[in-house]
Design a protein around this ligand. Structure first.
Ligand code: ADP
Length: 321
């Protein structure tokens, strides 16, 4: 009779594709509660948008994930390993780009990358190859030998991201990487993130710019006052919390057209926003009424739900810059 190997008897559990599981993180600074039971999980290959106003707790969460800040309580597991106790072992899986630029101003971009690469244990010809690769990704190959102090804020940020990629992390955490930078660098950063995500790197992208989340991310967590207020695929959040509405503009409409399925009508510009769960039916009746009453319709369109409305619905406040 064949004997079973220990692996056959005790097959290793095939892990699901959860990369990160964060449970009930709490953190206070003095009397200030920065995080209040933050819980979320991330699937492999996600580009996860962490959206919230300044002070929401995004940085604190990220700093806990990278071991810079210690949580008061709660748990974070990366690939099933406890991030608070196995911090050093887990560090090699994570690339972290903090809000503050952390580069040596008087060193060249290249030498900065050598420094960071070696800090992660990458050396020799392999490091050279990787530096060439990240410089190419950031579009700064031709500036490699220039001192970082001659770079624009956006270029410094790109090098900072490059530095976080040298050890080929599986999870890349970026803390508001586009604040205060030029559009060209922003585009480069977006392209880089898309490319990395396409290669299977899981991304956590924190921002207070909604359009960035809409452009980049497939999953979103809305954070406010230290808590995750809503989380899910972008499309689902838009569907669940976004306003469904029709915009109509015609000079004859001095009052909002009445319709039994319109829950709320409000003036916007020269037209009316008609909120409804039955967009199709209301649209048909508006078209019929317009034809019958000879309205000179200037505009008639379905209003796409926006993340801005989702944010407003979920938090009760607008997300302003
Ligand atoms: P975000 O990244 O969303 O802007 P933060 O995580 O930086 O939010 O901050 C969350 C809250 O914790 C804020 O009220 C902030 O003022 C406070 N906070 C963050 N870091 C510290 C600190 N080192 N000392 C005291 N308070 C802090």
């Amino acid at each position: 009779m064949d004997t079973l190997s220990s692996a056959q008897r005790n097959p290793v559990e095939v892990p699901d594709d959860t990369v990160l599981q964060v449970t009930n993180l709490r953190k206070t600074y003095g009397k200030k509660q920065a995080l209040d039971n933050v819980t979320f999980s991330l699937q492999a290959g996600t580009c996860f948008g962490f959206l919230g106003p300044n002070g929401a707790g995004k940085s604190t969460t990220m700093k806990i994930l990278t071991g810079i800040v210690k949580a008061d309580s709660g748990e974070a597991r990366l690939f099933g390993q406890d991030m608070t106790t196995d911090t050093e072992r887990i560090a090699r899986y994570i690339g972290y780009v903090p809000q503050e630029i952390t580069l040596y101003e008087k060193l060249s971009a290249y030498d900065n990358l050598v420094f960071f690469g070696e800090a992660y244990g990458v050396r020799g010809s392999e490091l050279k190859r990787r530096i060439a690769d990240v410089l190419d990704k950031t579009g700064l190959t031709d500036r490699a030998q220039d001192e970082v102090q001659t770079f624009s804020g956006g270029m410094k940020r790109r090098i900072n991201i490059a530095a976080a990629l040298l050890h080929r992390p599986k999870l890349l955490i970026l803390d508001e990487p586009t604040v205060g930078i030029d559009p060209q660098s922003r585009n480069h950063i977006f392209e880089m993130i898309r490319e990395l995500n396409g290669q299977g790197v899981t991304i956590i992208y924190s921002t207070h710019y909604m359009e960035e989340v809409e452009a980049l991310c497939d999953q979103v967590a809305i954070m406010d006052q230290g808590a995750v207020k809503a989380i899910g695929p972008l499309g689902e959040l838009l569907e669940r919390y976004g306003r469904k509405a029709i915009y109509i503009e015609a000079p004859e409409l001095t009052a909002a057209p009445s319709d039994p399925d319109v829950s709320r009508a409000s003036r916007e510009g020269s037209g009316w926003i008609l909120e409804t769960d039955r967009v199709g039916e209301v649209m048909q009746r508006l078209l019929a009424a317009a034809a019958e009453r000879h309205w000179d319709v200037k505009q008639l369109e379905v209003v796409r739900p926006s993340l801005e409305q989702v944010f407003l619905t979920v938090t009760g406040t607008a997300l302003r810059d």
